[in-house]
Ligand binder design. Sequence first.
Ligand code: BMA
Length: 316
Amino acid sequence: MAKILGKPLNNIPWENKPEGYRYPVWRYSGNPIITRDNLFFANSIFNSAVVPFGDGFAGVFRVDDRTRDQVIVTGFSKDAVNWTLEEKVIFRGYDPRICEIDGKYYLSWVNLTPNGTTIGIAVTEDFKNWEQKEDATYPVARNGVLFPRKINDEYMLLVRPCDRGHTPYGDIFIQRSKDLTYWGNFRFVMKPVRNWEMTKVGAGPTPIETDEGWLMFYHGVITSCNGFTYSMGAAILDRDEPWKVLHRADSFLLAPHELYETVGDVPNVVFPCSALTDPETGRIAIYYGAADTSVALAFTTVDEVVNYIKEHDMIK
Ligand code: BMA
């Protein structure tokens, strides 16, 4: 029995696995939970991240506005399913991730600079006042994902160096910092191996600490005649040296299938950015962007997903 390490959180969204469904990750029956109609100025609301906050939840949401600028807004919810989004833009950029480290909330996102995208870092205690740090990378990088605690006294950031366009390659690396300002000790983590992820891979939600290692959901991209298809895979990283991949599933765990994943501004995109977990029950609720248009929710348990990864393990 694999165990999630962390604080109990018994109010996360949940639905049991549908009868007869065999795959390890299943979708919420009320998907999508946030649509482009949730904000007046939105063209689309998608790759977004949430975290427990107060007696409910807070989140950072990717909005493409009606000028098609890419911006981030905050939102709040009592049940993590029904969200009230704020109209105020906190940062320009996209694909936010958020995690709590020692009582503060750390946002990492794709920051837009004149010379290309960097990983922006900002910290808040109340989701109103944000202190922006120096960018964690130089251009060009995307998919910057912080670990939710220091490891051996260092912050760790998963990151994917890329180009200025719709990058046709990409591996995951880790960089480390004692102060969230000076980064180094770069380590390679993983590159595409199987066909479903052959074009590029990028880290997804904040890694989930388990007694087996860090459970990392990530996206993998395949290129077809029709463009990119984004699916979700999973791997388990060493707890002390997370650039070491202990286990990695050979297949995707969730791929575009439903209409809201296959039809939208960018068809065939499942893009996970966040997960809520409950150590007591082992439940995991995964938030993902669907077709660059809406936000959807899927479920698994730590046991189910760890077993699946080990049964389909590429690392021998
Ligand atoms: C990536 C990012 C994501 C997006 C994906 C599919 O490069 O821009 O925000 O979901 O492409 O369009």
